[in-house]
Design a protein around this ligand. Structure first.
Ligand SMILES: Nc1ncnc2c1ncn2[C@@H]1O[C@H](COP(=O)(O)OP(=O)(O)OP(=O)(O)O)[C@@H](O)[C@H]1O
Ligand SMILES: [Mg+2]
Length: 400
């Protein structure tokens, strides 16, 4: 340090150095830094301002700041000046200014009052930051957002139309299923009617003719007391007629289970299993839990009975069994029927073994009509069990 210099000179030198230093900082800033008087006359204009607004410092200093204010923003500047006079600072105020070449520059503006040593506001310094890029980014973001919203809207519309066609399709399927059930119900009812008709005809015509035949044979036998050769043949014919009568009676009774109508499924099944066992020579018994007089709906009773018939027919036809258990069980909510044989069994999951028979399919459909559930458990070599479980309160059959 030079000790000859007076302290004042030293302070001056320091202060000059500091001013130059600050001027260099201001000049090198990317932001536009401008100062103006309280009347709005530009007093300084850094390089950042030259770059941002296109005017050189020589062109701008001494001009009114309205040089860069677009026509429709003039009022804004009056407001800024009024606030400055009150000593207020304006922070990050977003606006636009017009550059020398006429294009509009979006900026973020901070304006602070400049005071003299006594604290009086004598002017203002403005720092303006170019926010073009940010505005562009915001616009791009808005566009993307709008696009996204549009896509969501379009997708939602697409989905709701898909939803609607799905709803229509489901309704259509339900309608078709309803029709199928109605048709099946009509078929089952028609089948029962037809069976009754055939049973009546068999009974009324064939039955009577057979009775006539047996009576005639009896008369013939009485008249051939002397002819032992004829007598043997007549007795053979009598045995044939008796067999035939029995067969017809069995078929009639099979076709038209009057016991079922009159006494219910338990009595009808007891009867049926006994006759069936005798007819086919296979040991069979009906096992029941607590017996009850309570009846099911006639549709459910007929279903149970026909199902037992079909299952027992299958045993006679396919199983080569020598024993069958038929179990009828009743709980508060369900009636279950189980037909279990000790025959050869089959692979119930194999379509080929099941072949083209309609028995099992028919059983399933009849069970479904009264809301019952059918299961077939079978293993080759280990017998077959058919289980049907019907709700006590069966859904009403809808006839068309
Ligand atoms: N109790 C059983 N024991 C062994 N095999 C069985 C038994 N029940 C059914 N099957 C097998 O399942 C197949 C299908 O039975 P289903 O009753 O559907 O037809 P089907 O008796 O052959 O003909 P349909 O009943 O139409 O006169 C039978 O062909 C047989 O191979
Ligand atoms: Mg069958």
């Amino acid at each position: 340090m030079d000790t000859n210099e007076s302290p004042v000179t030293l302070v001056d030198a320091r202060s000059n150095e500091l001013s130059a230093w600050l001027a260099a900082i201001v000049d090198s800033s990317d932001d536009a830094i401008v100062s103006k008087t309280l009347e709005g006359v530009v007093t300084s204009w850094n390089r950042g301002a030259e770059r941002l607004f296109g005017y050189s410092a020589a062109e701008a200093v001494g001009q009114h700041i309205s040089l860069i204010i677009p026509e429709d923003r003039k009022a804004e500047e009056d407001d800024v000046l009024a606030r400055l006079r009150r000593g207020e600072r304006i922070d990050h105020f977003e606006t636009v200014r017009r550059a020398k070449d006429g294009h509009l520059v979006p900026i973020s503006l901070t304006v602070s009052p400049v005071r003299d040593v006594k604290g009086t506001v004598i002017g203002a310094s403005k720092v303006a930051r170019n926010i073009t890029e940010r505005i562009h980014a915001e616009e791009a973001l808005r566009r993307v957002h709008a696009e996204l919203e549009e896509r969501v809207r379009a997708r939602t519309a697409e989905l709701s139309s898909a939803n609607e066609s799905l709803r229509v399709e489901m309704a259509e399927r339900q309608r078709v299923e309803q029709e199928r059930i109605q048709l099946l119900t009509r078929l089952v009812l028609a089948q029962e009617d037809e069976r009754r008709r055939i049973a009546r005809e068999l009974h009324d015509q064939l039955g009577q003719q057979l009775t006539a035949l047996r009576l005639t044979l009896e008369t013939l036998k009485a008249q051939s007391v002397e002819r032992s050769d004829l007598r043997v043949q007549i007795e053979t014919l009598e045995e044939l007629a008796r067999q035939l009568d029995e067969d017809v009676a069995f078929r009639v009774w099979e076709l038209r289970p009057t016991v079922l109508e009159n006494l219910g499924v338990q009595a009808a099944l007891t009867n049926y299993v006994r006759h069936w066992s005798k007819h086919f020579g296979i040991r069979a018994q009906l096992l029941t839990g607590q017996s009850t007089d309570e009846r099911l709906t006639s549709e459910a009773e007929t279903m149970m009975y026909r199902l037992a018939q079909e299952a027992l027919n299958n045993v006679a036809k396919h199983a080569r069994a020598d024993h069958v258990d038929v179990v009828l069980e009743r709980s508060a909510e369900h009636v279950s029927l189980i037909i279990e044989d000790n025959g050869v069994g089959f692979d119930a999951s194999n379509a080929e073994t099941i072949g083209e028979g309609l028995g099992l399919i028919g059983m399933r459909e009849r069970a479904a009509l009264v809301g019952a559930d059918l299961q077939i458990e079978s293993t080759p070599g280990r017998g077959t069990t058919v289980i049907v479980r019907a709700p006590v309160v069966a859904p009403a059959i809808k006839s068309a």
